[in-house]
Design a protein around this ligand. Structure first.
Ligand code: DX5
Ligand code: ZN
Length: 229
């Protein structure tokens, strides 16, 4: 069993963090592409977990996170798109996740879930789908390290950025302290990244815009340049 890691968020002090999403990595060349994006300045790695129930797609499970953990020291930001997050928390913690984001739509007991993630010592995030209003997370925002706002319906990479979600980013950013992060996920590319940052996002998940590019390292650098203020 891999040892359980510690909450990475307090030590991630960059202004805006870039989080390439491994959903779009070329799995036959994953190590090489991970090394390339990290060397090009990516801050953390985003890992999408899909169970075929909460979203109509399947992706990876704890063994893949375990393999990633053995390969890299990079922070693994695990996005749980599953119907039973409570069932999976320990398993992903043991596999070596650093931070666990669960969907508010997937649980009736978010406070208990956050407490469990905290007991394990990991970072804790809550995620909202596009149609989920801010009010559903207002009470638990003070308990988390980050809020993840979906800019597409979860389930697939390569979808278009929903600009109508920008006001939600703005509204949530006003509820966060400067120690909490606001992560955006879905449709982030060279054209949309600055819109999310201007609205208040400070962690950018990017799948296709990095890993579907001919040169993922160059795409990472370009994404960084596009948000440089
Ligand atoms: C989608 C996932 C995303 C996905 C984003 O449900 O949560 O993390 O990898 O992919 P892009 O950046 O291609 O929209
Ligand atoms: Zn994601």
């Amino acid at each position: 069993m891999t040892s359980i890691r510690k909450n990475p968020w307090p030590s991630l002090t960059g202004d805006v963090l870039i989080a390439p999403s491994l959903l779009s990595v070329d799995f036959a060349r994953a190590g090489e592409q991970i090394d390339a994006v990290l060397a090009a300045g990516a801050d953390i790695l985003h890992v999408d977990i899909m169970d075929g129930h909460f979203v109509p797609n399947l992706s990876m499970g704890p063994p893949v996170v375990g393999k990633l953990r053995r390969y890299t020291e990079a922070v693994l930001d695990v996005h749980l798109m599953v119907t039973d997050p409570e069932y999976y928390i320990e398993r992903f913690a043991e596999a070596g996740a650093d931070s666990l984001n669960f969907h508010i739509e997937a649980t009736d007991e978010p406070v208990r879930l956050i407490e469990r993630i905290r007991q394990l010592g990991l970072g804790a995030g809550v995620t909202v789908k596009p149609k989920t209003p801010v009010e559903t997370i207002a009470d638990i925002i003070p308990l988390v390290d980050l809020v993840l706002v979906m800019m597409v319906e979860p389930g697939f990479g390569g979808q278009s950025f929903m600009a109508d979600q920008l006001p939600k980013i703005r509204a949530i950013s006003e509820l966060l302290t400067d120690k909490q992060r606001l992560e955006v996920d879905g449709g982030i590319n060279m054209e949309t990244a600055h819109l999310a940052v201007e609205a208040g996002a400070n962690v950018l998940v990017a799948g296709n815009s990095i890993f579907a590019a001919d040169d993922p390292a160059a795409a990472t650098i370009e994404l960084r340049n596009r948000i440089r203020r």
